[in-house]
Ligand binder design. Structure first.
Ligand code: FES
Length: 75
C-alpha cells in the first residue's frame, strides 16, 4: 500500500519538553502523514490499517479514496 501526502510546512517543528504527552510520557511523531496535529500523531493512522498492498490512496477531508492511476504533467 502507499498513499499520496501533501505537506505544506516550510519549516521544522522543534520538539521540546512541552510536547511530551502528560499521560503517556512520550512524544509520538506522525509517520503516516495524516495527522491534523502534524508532526505529532493524533491517531489518524488508524484509518490506514485496512489499506491493501499494491494500492495507492489519497485522504482528503477525512475521506479515503483509491488512486487508480497517477499521471505526471511531463509525461
Ligand atoms: S502516525 Fe500519523 S496520525 Fe499516527
Amino acid at each position: 500500500m502507499a498513499r499520496e501526502v501533501r505537506h505544506t510546512a516550510t519549516s521544522p517543528r522543534i520538539i521540546d519538553e512541552d510536547d511530551i504527552d502528560a499521560e503517556k510520557g512520550d512524544i509520538a511523531i506522525c509517520l503516516c502523514g495524516l495527522s491534523a496535529a502534524y508532526p505529532f500523531c493524533d491517531g489518524s493512522h488508524q484509518a490506514t490499517h485496512d489499506e491493501e498492498s499494491g494500492r495507492v490512496y489519497r485522504y482528503e477531508d477525512g475521506e479515503r479514496r483509491e488512486i487508480e492511476e497517477l499521471v505526471f504533467a511531463d509525461e
